[in-house]
Design a protein. Structure first.
Lengths: 118, 179
């Protein structure tokens, strides 16, 4: 089992584009296998397994044995805890609203650009 | 290839495995981690019916059957929302202790894909494990969660009639046989 204070492991795991991509894949395809994850990258299956070990040590990936294969799942809780560490119930509410406004403005601008391009 | 019928949530809790076990299997008071529901069972053993009721007992949000009861390591039951017509899914709580930390894993299995049940279970998983952690480590849920419970209480009168607890009885506790 991991040691108690594990946020270092989470930051370490997320500080790599391939591992962030693995999380993207797991969010979209829960329960996929190591083989399938590896097939989405140019690197070897061994390299994929190494990345998965780093993610598992951070509790970001949970695996379940099914015969000779393992099913992989994304665990969102460590990221939630990082978010909770620096936000209060009030600031998270306003941060959410500000992010929402930003997303809407950007979407509107993108739509305008598309219209002008077309 | 994707297994959209399953989701997993894991958290480490600073506390004893017995305290965590007692919290998720208590029937004497509402369980904060289970959206402040009061759990009613015929018996705490496999095969018994289970219901998650509002704190005052008037309404029942979830019903199921206990599948595994293995203290203090695994508690599992089927799970069906009373206000949806979806088939039931399965929830499994796994506890493992090492060095004063409990690794608590919630697995939701057999989720009917694309249903309201699946959506609720994926959204609710985070809150269940985080609230359990807060209750064991600090003695109470976070402020946001407590505010949410207040909102639930205000909304109770709007609960559909089919969720009335009278419609969802559980087996009565088995009578002790006297020699």
């Amino acid at each position: 089992m991991k040691k108690k204070d594990s946020q270092d492991n989470v930051f370490l795991a997320l500080a790599n584009p391939a591992r962030r991509r693995i999380i993207d894949l797991l969010v979209g395809t829960p329960g996929c296998s190591v083989k399938w994850i590896a097939s989405n990258f140019k690197f070897s299956r061994i390299a994929a397994m190494k990345h998965l070990t780093v993610l598992e040590n951070a509790d970001l990936v949970l695996s379940e044995k099914h015969g000779r294969t393992r099913k992989l799942f994304f665990n969102p809780i460590p990221i939630q805890h990082i978010y909770d560490r620096w936000t209060t119930d009030y600031s998270s509410f306003w941060a959410g609203r500000v992010a929402d406004i930003q997303a809407r403005i950007e979407a509107r601008a993108a739509k305008k650009d598309k219209k002008h391009a077309g | 290839m994707p297994d959209n019928t399953q989701a997993k949530f894991r958290v480490e809790i600073n506390g004893s495995i017995d305290d965590v076990w007692q919290e998720i299997t208590r029937t004497d008071a509402p369980i904060a981690a289970f959206f402040n529901s009061r759990m009613e069972v015929g018996q705490l053993s496999a095969g018994s019916k289970l219901a998650m009721r509002t704190p005052n007992g008037k309404y029942t949000g979830v019903v199921g059957k206990i599948l595994e009861y293995d203290p203090p390591k695994r508690f599992s039951h089927s799970f069906r929302f009373t206000n949806y017509e979806d088939p039931p899914c399965t929830v499994i709580y796994d506890l493992e202790e090492a060095e004063g930390v409990v690794q608590f894993t919630l697995t939701v299995a057999d989720m009917p894909h694309g249903t309201k049940t699946a959506k609720q279970m994926v959204q609710g998983g985070k809150m269940i494990v985080n609230t359990l952690k807060a209750v064991i480590e600090t003695g109470k849920p976070s402020l946001g969660t407590r505010v949410l419970f207040g909102v639930f209480k205000l909304m109770t009168p709007m609960t559909p009639k089919k969720c009335l607890s009278a419609n969802w009885p559980v087996d009565p506790p088995a009578k002790r046989s006297h020699p």
